[in-house]
Design a protein around this ligand. Structure first.
Ligand code: GLA
Length: 394
């Protein structure tokens, strides 16, 4: 994936910007993508997550304009050419395509009372595969917020950039996502994952020291399609289950319950499917806490086992995997040298994350890749990734 270095990517985008918009006064930026190691579908349930920022992400070049026009160009969607809009027209529109993400963030700044004084030309080039579940959209959101802060001196922290990005995704782009993706991207730290309690946004950086092992991402290449509506459906199932539980126990979120408490109170949930959804949220949160503990004790094996258990729970109780992700994970589990493997992100397609011993990576890619192609009919892509920092000026 990262065939090009950051320096080469910067050169490429500056050159393209000059071609599309002209040379003067442009500035280059980068915001990462993210992968979640464990703690899936817990962030809108007041639970813990454990994501990290990647060294792949979205590269952008921007320049202020003298008028209120917005001109956008994405090298990932070259065929769309320049898409024009205006600061006076910050409304979501289907035909605006990917530009709904930067526009949503501009809208969200204005909603918070930060008036954007002039328009801009913005060119992007991402090296996160689109729709892969590595948060290309949150990366664009945080990048846009970062550029706006840099241009206009808005008094917002990186954590605010995450919250503004999430607000725009929820209220401009209609996906009821939690805070994990934007937070992981805005707050990323090289070599570290972020142990975040989504109930109060307290967090801790935990070093990921994988001796003789690496993080490998397998991208299913399944187009996500219905993903967003299913995502919102899961979220509302959890909300209903929470309301049912609140009739018998004083909690603010499913993340407040231990496994034992859940077993005691679960009969308050009046539907078998909702019991399983809530069970996943509760157990996954506890698994995440245990996994971070395991890592602190240098017990990567236990961390891997908890990753595997996370996948099983997402497969059977939360039902967000599908045959593509299940195949990638089940085939990974068969390979010697795989410490743990699970789907990552929202699910319904997208990617898996695995911890693989360095000397087993080639055979992992070969074996899982072959079995996947035979069963699913098209190829998966594999990426050995590194954990990087949050957004930067290049
Ligand atoms: C998506 C959302 C996140 C989170 C994950 C599932 O990535 O954007 O907020 O809910 O799914 O863990």
């Amino acid at each position: 994936m990262a065939e090009k270095t950051a320096v080469e990517m910067k050169e490429t985008i500056l050159k393209k910007f000059a071609e599309v918009f002209g040379e003067e006064g442009a500035k280059a930026y980068f915001a990462p993508g993210r992968v979640n190691m464990i703690g899936e579908h817990t962030d809108y349930n007041g639970g813990h997550v454990f994501p990290c920022a990647l060294t792949i992400g979205t590269y952008g070049v921007a320049r202020k304009r003298e008028d209120r026009k917005l001109r956008f160009y994405s090298m990932n969607f070259d065929h769309l050419g320049v898409i024009e809009s205006s600061l006076d027209d910050l409304k979501p529109a289907k035909e605006a395509g990917w530009t709904n993400y930067p526009k949503g963030v501009m809208w969200a700044f204005e909603e918070r009372g930060y008036k954007i004084p002039c328009g801009m030309d913005l060119l992007l080039n991402g090296n996160i595969p689109n729709g892969s579940g590595l948060s290309s959209s949150a990366s664009v959101e945080v990048l846009t917020g970062f550029i706006l802060r840099d241009f206009f001196g808005f008094d917002v922290s990186n954590q605010d950039l995450a919250l503004i990005g999430q607000y725009s995704e929820n209220n401009f782009n209609g996906v009821n996502c939690g805070i994990m993706d934007q937070f992981a991207i805005a707050m990323g730290k090289e070599g570290h994952a972020i142990f975040l309690d989504t109930a109060d946004l307290s967090f801790e950086y935990a070093p990921i020291k994988l001796e003789n092992a690496k993080i490998v991402i397998a991208c299913s290449n399944k187009k996500r399609g219905l993903g967003d509506s299913k995502y919102n459906e899961r979220r509302s199932e959890c909300e209903t289950a929470l309301a049912e539980l609140q009739a018998v126990v004083g909690i603010n979120g499913l993340g407040d319950l231990s496994e034992e408490q859940f077993e005691t109170y679960k009969s308050a949930i009046k539907d078998e499917t909702r019991v399983r959804r809530a069970k996943h949220a509760v157990y996954e949160n506890q698994r995440t806490i245990k996994a971070v503990e395991a890592l602190k004790n240098n017990d990567v094996e236990l961390f891997g086992k908890l990753m595997n258990a996370s996948h099983t729970s997402l497969q059977y109780d939360y039902e967000v995997t599908g045959v593509e992700l299940d195949t990638l994970v089940e085939e990974a589990w068969k390979v010697e040298g795989v410490i743990g493997s699970r789907m990552t992100g929202a699910g319904f397609g997208g990617c898996t994350v695995s911890i693989v011993k360095t000397d087993a990576i080639d055979s992992f890619i070969e074996k899982v890749g072959k079995a996947y192609k035979e069963k699913i009919g098209y190829a998966a892509d594999f990426y050995v990734v590194e954990i990087g920092d949050g957004p930067v000026v290049l």
